[in-house]
Design a protein around this ligand. Structure first.
Ligand code: HXC
Length: 257
């Protein structure tokens, strides 16, 4: 049984991973990241799971990597443990992953949220990369995904000068796609996951991979990846069904085949 996360199933097809280390504002120790990975590994191959929400508490999505665990680390322990391999596996989860952020998403907490596909937030959420205050820099994507999301100048202020963003600022900057009153954030996260859970699974997977290709590659390579995924979907039953259903003016019945 995981000790640092709670697993919930609010609706058919939807799973919630809730970070649950309230005493340390959901600080991310190695065990927590391992438990998130183990949960996602199971969800990846379970056809009954169609969309996943990652969330925390009202006070904190996560206040960063666990500083007490990190404080004694050395270059060699960091290199040997290669913790980021597990973070990379979260980024490779093939189904839609929604981050629902209430409270603080700081340092590794924001990096974890940015590893998700869609980030939504409560009105009182706060976002930051305050690692500079600890004499380090972000190490799990904070200088990269954040820069893609909000642009260079704001990313520089956040990473170099620990500038925090309000939910409103995060919305305007494109870091989050929607903001809700904190008490209804999860309701909206579940609604969004429910919509995603009703969509054609193989097309969703190809869509996620294709959008992610925009972060990894040049435009030419990204377009090639998109085109390849587009072509491949014409080999699925769901493409036949989706187009037939449109022509027959009925709802498509997706099979994930
Ligand atoms: C370990 C943490 C923690 C963290 C909070 N706590 N953040 N413990 N690691 N990242 C603990 C506090 O020590 C405290 O424990 C308890 O949680 C409550 O926190 P307070 O500070 O008392 O709460 P508050 O005054 O409300 O301030 C909230 C806060 C502050 C602004 C979020 O806790 C804070 O600045 N935290 C650190 C944020 C940060 O620097 N994150 C980046 C980490 S580096 P006690 O025992 O005193 O009650 C990082 C690198 C990522 O993430 C690299 C890739 C993995």
């Amino acid at each position: 049984m995981p000790e640092n996360i709670l697993l919930e199933s609010p609706l058919e097809g939807v799973r919630v991973i809730r970070l649950n280390r309230p005493k340390v504002l959901n600080a991310l120790n190695a065990d927590t990241i391992a438990e998130i990975n183990a949960a996602l590994e199971g969800f990846a191959t379970d056809e009954a799971v169609r969309a996943v929400i990652l969330t925390g508490s009202d006070r904190a999505f996560a206040a960063g990597a666990d500083i007490s665990e990190m404080s004694g680390q050395t270059v060699s322990s960091m290199v040997t443990q290669n913790r980021f391999a597990l973070w990379q596996r979260i980024a490779e989860f093939p189904k839609p992953l929604i981050a629902a952020v209430n409270g603080v998403a700081l340092g590794g907490g924001l990096e974890l949220a940015m590893t998700c596909d869609i980030m939504i937030a409560g009105e009182t959420a706060r976002f930051g990369q305050p690692e500079i205050n600890l004499g380090i820099i972000p190490g799990a994507g904070g200088t990269q995904r954040l820069t893609h999301a909000v642009g260079k100048s704001l990313a520089m202020e956040m990473v170099l000068n620990a500038r925090m963003l309000s939910a409103d600022e995060a919305l305007r900057a494109g870091l989050v796609s929607s903001v809700y009153p904190p008490e209804v954030l999860m309701h909206h996260a579940v609604l969004l996951a429910k919509q995603l859970a009703t969509r054609a699974p193989l097309a969703l997977r190809a869509a996620k991979a294709s959008v992610n290709a925009a972060f990894e590659n040049s435009l030419t390579q990204g377009l090639a990846a998109e085109r390849q995924n587009f072509y491949l979907l014409f080999g699925t039953q769901d493409q036949k069904e989706g187009m037939q259903a449109f022509l027959e003016k009925r709802r498509a019945n997706w099979q994930g085949r």
